[in-house]
Design a protein around this ligand. Structure first.
Ligand code: KE4
Length: 434
């Protein structure tokens, strides 16, 4: 596959931007090879600067559940941009999108728009600490909530000990109020509340994990977290930046029927433009400035173009049959990939919730970060490169999700499964040669 232009642009980019990218995972460091520079995209396809076309399952890391450049969003933006790009003042568009979010999420009685998922989770955690008056936060190993200091934290040496910074520059003081425990581990969750009781301001969780690969909650896991928070006056924060409007119109809280106190949203609600949001119980949200003392602000929060894209996105997702189509296409893909791996005798563990899924290159049952990390990332890298050579663009990391959109056709799925058959065959051949 010709990648000369991407290579040339990457060399230039590396002189100007750290790693030549605007976000680390795009540098392909987990899979090797030449990071692609994308020139245009439409529907289920992206085209790079060398003219290579791919069926895209990155979907901008989740937002593009309608596919690339859907006509409804493009048309609405063309009209909106003529009216100006930003006012730094309120617009009716924010009310419209806020209503649509609240209709889909009964737990969200009041919402604040921001410009990224990181801002949403960072603000929700600040708010939870202010509302409860205590400082500790519980998160789960392998869950990612953006790059805010409180959550760039890895598990302490002992399961229940206070966290340690997961990045230089994050102060111990910031990390030490965060405890990270294994996902799907109710015993650890109960123990951390036994140990820290009412000192815990909030427990923040991806209700379906998407950042260590896709890992569903075990039956009863989310309901048990709800109960633990209730018993200890802690707030339950669902980080639905990925799962919001993805696994159901009403997100994971609808799918699993568990009501959080605060929800963080992002990705899909921006329709591909920068939007994040946090919202939930009115008594909690009323603590947010300017009506409350908890400060949070943003120059481009509620930006009219981003609101326009979000409104058109949610309008499309509220149409009948949307999630049924996503489910059918996603099931076809997951079954095809499983079959292709089995035919080549390559051990994989497939996980899927709706239109987000991961093929783990391990024989283990993946239920948490530890089991996810048993995956053979070398095999995943081989798989990724072979799929790329055969016209399929997956996440350049074993520990991310593949996303199916409404634009993915049965032909796209079948092309993908054929490519996977070749990729698994290559892996099996290389394995036997080793
Ligand atoms: P952003 O700040 O990237 O908009 O959102 C942070 C965030 C918060 N919560 C969850 C559950 C998330 O998945 C994310 C961001 N997701 C990553 C990939 N899984 C974005 C891709 C990237 O970092 O480049």
């Amino acid at each position: 596959m010709k990648v000369d232009k991407s290579r040339q642009l990457f060399e230039e980019a590396k002189r100007l931007m750290p790693g030549g990218v605007s976000s680390p995972v795009r540098a392909f460091r987990a899979v090797g090879g030449q990071p692609l520079f994308i020139e245009r995209a439409q529907g289920s396809r992206v085209v790079d600067v060398d003219g290579n076309q791919f069926v895209d399952y990155v979907c901008s890391w989740g937002p593009l559940i309608l596919g690339h450049a859907p006509a409804s969003i493009v048309q609405a933006l063309k009209v909106a941009v003529e009216r100006g790009t930003s006012y730094g003042a309120s617009t009716e568009l924010e009310i419209t999108l806020a209503k649509m979010v609240a209709e889909a999420y009964p737990s969200i009685e009041m919402v604040r728009f921001v410009s990224s998922g990181t801002e949403a989770t960072m603000s929700a955690i600040r708010l939870a600490r202010a509302y409860t008056g205590v400082e500790k936060i519980v998160k789960f190993d392998g869950c990612y909530h953006g790059h805010g200091d409180s959550v760039l934290v890895k598990a302490g040496s002992g399961v229940l000990t206070l966290g340690a910074p997961d990045s230089p520059g994050v102060l111990n003081a910031a990390a030490q109020n965060t405890i990270s425990i294994p996902y799907n581990d109710l015993k650890a969750a109960a123990e951390v509340f036994d140990l820290h009781r009412t000192e815990i301001a909030a427990l923040v969780v991806e209700p379906v994990a998407g950042n260590m690969g896709v890992i569903p909650p075990k039956p009863g896991f989310l309901a048990a977290l709800r109960k633990l928070c209730d018993e200890n006056d802690a707030l339950l924060i669902f980080d639905e930046v990925i799962t919001g409007f993805r696994v159901a119109l009403g997100g994971a809280q609808q799918l699993y029927n568990v009501k959080p106190d605060l929800t963080c949203l992002g990705k899909i609600i921006g329709g591909g433009l920068p939007v994040g949001a946090y919202g939930g119980r009115r008594d909690v949200m009323e603590m947010v400035a300017p009506i409350g003392p908890v400060y949070q602000a943003g120059t481009l929060s509620g930006n009219p173009l981003a609101m326009t894209a979000g409104i058109e996105m949610l309008r499309a997702l509220r149409q009948p049959g949307v999630y049924e189509q996503l489910e059918a296409r996603s099931q076809r893909l997951a079954e095809g990939l499983s079959r292709a791996a089995a035919e080549a005798n390559v051990p994989v563990f497939m996980t899927r919730v709706g239109s987000m899924m991961t093929t783990f290159f391990t024989e283990e049952h993946v239920v948490d970060y530890c089991s996810a990390k048993t995956s053979d990332t070398g095999s995943y890298a081989e798989f990724f490169q072979s799929m790329l050579d055969n016209g399929v663009y997956l996440a350049p990391s074993q520990f991310e999700a593949a996303f199916v959109s409404l634009a993915h056709t049965e032909e796209d799925i079948d092309l993908t499964v054929d490519a996977a058959r070749k990729a698994f065959g290559t892996i099996a051949k290389n394995e036997s040669a080793r």
